[in-house]
Design a protein around this ligand. Structure first.
Ligand SMILES: C[S@@+](CC[C@H](N)C(=O)[O-])C[C@H]1O[C@@H](n2cnc3c(N)ncnc32)[C@H](O)[C@@H]1O
Length: 288
């Protein structure tokens, strides 16, 4: 068996031992290819300690705080899914307030695949409709963050229902779409939409001439330490495999929606059938 990459996990107090065991259980249950190296910090993890931890390790590290929130630390920054902070958005989400839902056109009966789950924020908006969301994430560390967040939020009564609609899988989306086993776990269900929000070069969210557009947020800044923008070949593979998958799982014709910064070129050099945009973002739709 090949050696698994080591992931450093820091925690604050001995009281957290059961939470660390729970994280190890998630790792085993979902067969995440990571080996945890667990260390207790001395004192609080303040900005200085975050800088020190980042300087000590080439890769991002995990930090379990005394409220059992799991964060990713890199470049002196810490980020976490923090789904509770999206509560107001999730509660009021609808086609008027969320451009993603205008593009997705899903209902409570839908099954959607978020093929690039990241911190899971877009998955929550999709799941707010009542839809079931299969969340694919290629990075084991990100998958662990998502699974830990799902576990943490499942303890809150007002989030429990939504949590049961999220299914997190640590896999490269292209492998998922190509694998016949993926189809069997869906029990012949109709998949209405595949959503793609791939990494975008860190410095190119803005129009190069006017400087207009969205700034890269803290979450994406840290994620850039773990995941890379796809090459053109990878873009073509991802879009094609998503389209093939949806064609095989929806006789009525489903859709693939790709999120892009407002001024970004089209994904995989393919013109979209329809686009929805605001001042920061664009959702390009490809109809099967
Ligand atoms: C820009 S982030 C997505 C952010 C997400 N929409 C959210 O709301 O938090 C892209 C994520 O997709 C993952 N990813 C990129 N290519 C992938 C692939 N082929 N299969 C699965 N995950 C992928 C990256 O590891 C990264 O976590």
């Amino acid at each position: 068996m090949s050696a698994q990459p080591i992931c450093h996990l820091y925690y604050a107090t001995d009281r957290q031992k059961p939470q660390i065991d729970a994280l190890q259980n998630l790792l085993d249950k979902h067969q995440l290819s990571l080996q945890l190296s667990v260390e207790q910090t001395i004192g609080k993890v303040n900005q200085k300690i975050k800088q020190q931890l980042s300087a000590l390790h080439d890769d991002p590290v995990l930090w379990l705080d005394d409220k059992d929130k799991l964060s990713l630390i890199a470049d002196g920054l810490s980020v976490a899914p923090e789904w509770d902070k999206l509560q107001r958005r999730v509660v009021s989400a609808g086609r008027k307030s969320e451009l993603l839902l205008q593009a997705a056109k899903i209902t409570a009966d839908s099954i959607v695949i978020d093929a690039t789950a990241g911190f899971g924020h877009d998955s929550l908006i999709l799941a707010s409709t009542g839809a079931r969301v299969i969340m694919l994430e290629q990075q084991p560390m990100m998958a662990l963050l998502l699974l830990a967040e799902q576990r943490r939020m499942s303890a809150q009564p007002n989030w429990q229902k939504l949590m049961t609609r999220l299914h997190i899988i640590n896999i490269d989306a292209r492998s998922y779409f190509a694998d016949k086993q993926s189809a069997s776990t869906l029990d012949d269900s109709i998949v209405d939409m595949v959503y793609l929000d791939p990494m975008f070069p860190e410095d190119s969210h803005q129009d190069s001439k006017t400087g207009k557009g969205a700034k890269v947020g803290k979450h994406m800044q840290v994620l850039h330490q773990l995941a890379y923008p796809p090459t053109l070949i990878e873009e073509v593979q991802l879009l094609q495999s998503a389209e093939d998958f949806i064609a095989g799982h929806n006789e009525q014709g489903g859709r693939v929606i790709v999120k892009r910064p407002q001024y970004a070129p089209v994904f995989a050099q393919r013109q979209a059938d329809e686009s929805w945009q605001n001042t920061a973002l664009r959702f390009d739709g490809y109809f099967a």
